[in-house]
Design a protein around this ligand. Structure first.
Ligand SMILES: Cc1cc2nc3c(=O)[nH]c(=O)nc-3n(C[C@H](O)[C@H](O)[C@H](O)COP(=O)(O)OP(=O)(O)OC[C@H]3O[C@@H](n4cnc5c(N)ncnc54)[C@H](O)[C@@H]3O)c2cc1C
Length: 308
C-alpha cells in the first residue's frame, strides 16, 4: 500500500492551491484528479472574473493557464483519471479507482457538480450544465428554449438568452422565484418569456430535432406538454461528497468542517466548494482555505513530540 503524507482529492483551484502550500511548508503531497485535466470548474467560467485580485481575468481558462504555469504546479506530477471512491476513517485508508493509499492527512477539494433532472437523462437536446448564456447564446439563435429552475442562475440564463431565443419558457417547481429581486424584475419584463409555475418535467420524447416535454403541474389550466428546441436545466449544484459518506455534512452534500477546515476524524480536511455550499462558492475562498488547512497540518506536525 502506497503511503502518502498529504493526499489531496481534486485538482481544481482549491486542490492545486493546497499543493502549492504543501511545497511551501515542506510537506510531501500527492494530488488525485478524477478527470483527465486539471482545473475543475475554472474551465467552465466564460464570464470575466473581477473578484480574484489583483488581476481581472477575461475568463476561467485564462486564470487556469496562469495557474498551470506556476513553478510548483509544473513539477507537481498529479495522478489524473484517478477517482477517490471511499475512505476508511479509522485506518487512514483511501480507496481509489486504481489502488489503496495510506494517508497521514487527506485534504478533500472535490468541488461541486450540477444537479441533474432524472427525467431528462440521455436527452440529446439538453444543454450542458456548463453552457454559457453569455458567450454561447448566439448558438441557439431563433430557437425555442425551456429554462428549468427558479434561482439566480436560472433567471440570469433566461435573461441572457431572451434576446436570442424565439420563445422561452421558465419552468418553476414552486409558486415563487427564489432569485434576487433584480433578476425577478428583469425576467418579468422579458417579452418572449412565459413562466410556468408548479411545473415539473415528467418525461420527454423527440419530434424530429425538437423535444416534447411532458409536464406535471398542480395547475389545471397549465398545458400538459410543450415543444422546444433546447432545454437548459439550472437547478443548482451539489457537493461532491459521495466518496466520504462517513463524514459530517450540512445541506445533505457539503462537508462540515471547523475553523481550520478540519473534519471528523482529525486527519481529514475539506476546502473549497465541497465545504462551502453554493452561497459561498468562490475562487478566493477556496484558495484561502487551502492555506488554512495545510498550515494547520504543518503547525500540528511541529507540535508533535519526536517519539510520535
Ligand atoms: C459558470 C461559473 C462562473 C463562476 N464565476 C466565478 C467568479 O466570477 N468568481 C469566483 O470567485 N468564483 C466563480 N465561480 C466559482 C468557482 O469556479 C469555484 O468556487 C471554484 O472553482 C471552486 O474550486 P474547487 O477547487 O473547490 O472545486 P472544483 O473547481 O469543482 O474542483 C474540484 C475537482 O475535484 C475533482 N473531483 C471530484 N470528485 C473527485 C473524486 N472523488 N476523486 C478525485 N477527484 C474528484 C473534480 O473533477 C474537479 O476537478 C464560478 C463557477 C462557475 C461554474
Amino acid at each position: 500500500m502506497e503511503h502518502v503524507q498529504v493526499l489531496i482529492a481534486g485538482g481544481g483551484i482549491g486542490g492545486l492551491s493546497a499543493a502549492i502550500w504543501c511545497r511551501r511548508l515542506g510537506l510531501s503531497c500527492l494530488l488525485l484528479e478524477s478527470k483527465d485535466v486539471l482545473g475543475g470548474q475554472l474551465s467552465q467560467i466564460h464570464n470575466e472574473i473581477p473578484d480574484f485580485p489583483p488581476r481581472v481575468y477575461p475568463n476561467g481558462t485564462a486564470l487556469l493557464e496562469e495557474l498551470l504555469g506556476h513553478p510548483v504546479i509544473r513539477q507537481l506530477r498529479p495522478r489524473l483519471g484517478e477517482t477517490i471512491l471511499r475512505i476508511d476513517a479509522n485506518t487512514h485508508e483511501v480507496h481509489t479507482s486504481h489502488q489503496v493509499y495510506r494517508a497521514d492527512y487527506l485534504i478533500i477539494a472535490t468541488g461541486v457538480s450540477p444537479n441533474i433532472i432524472p427525467a431528462l437523462a440521455d436527452c440529446p437536446r439538453v444543454l450542458s450544465p456548463w453552457f454559457s448564456t453569455t458567450s454561447q447564446a448566439a448558438t441557439v439563435k431563433g430557437q425555442d428554449i425551456a429554462v428549468i429552475g427558479g434561482g439566480d442562475r436560472a433567471l440570469e440564463s433566461a435573461s441572457n438568452l431572451s434576446p436570442y431565443a424565439r420563445h422561452m419558457y421558465l419552468l418553476v417547481r414552486s409558486d415563487h422565484l427564489r432569485a434576487r429581486s433584480e433578476w425577478v424584475d428583469r425576467v418579468n419584463r422579458l417579452p418572449n418569456l412565459q413562466i410556468m409555475w408548479h411545473t415539473e418535467v415528467e418525461r420527454y420524447s423527440m419530434e424530429n430535432d425538437r423535444i416534447q416535454l411532458e409536464l406535471r403541474s398542480e395547475k389545471k389550466e397549465a398545458p400538459n406538454s410543450i415543444t422546444v428546441d433546447w432545454v437548459l436545466p439550472r437547478i443548482g449544484v451539489r457537493g461532491n461528497s459521495q466518496a466520504f459518506a462517513s463524514l459530517p455534512v450540512f445541506d445533505e452534500h457539503y462537508l462540515q468542517t471547523d475553523q481550520t477546515q478540519r473534519s471528523v476524524p482529525e486527519w481529514i480536511y475539506a476546502i473549497g466548494d465541497v465545504a462551502n455550499g453554493a452561497a459561498y462558492s468562490s475562487i478566493s475562498l477556496a484558495v484561502g482555505q487551502a492555506m488554512k488547512a495545510v498550515k494547520h497540518i504543518s503547525l500540528g506536525l511541529q507540535q508533535q513530540p519526536e517519539y510520535e
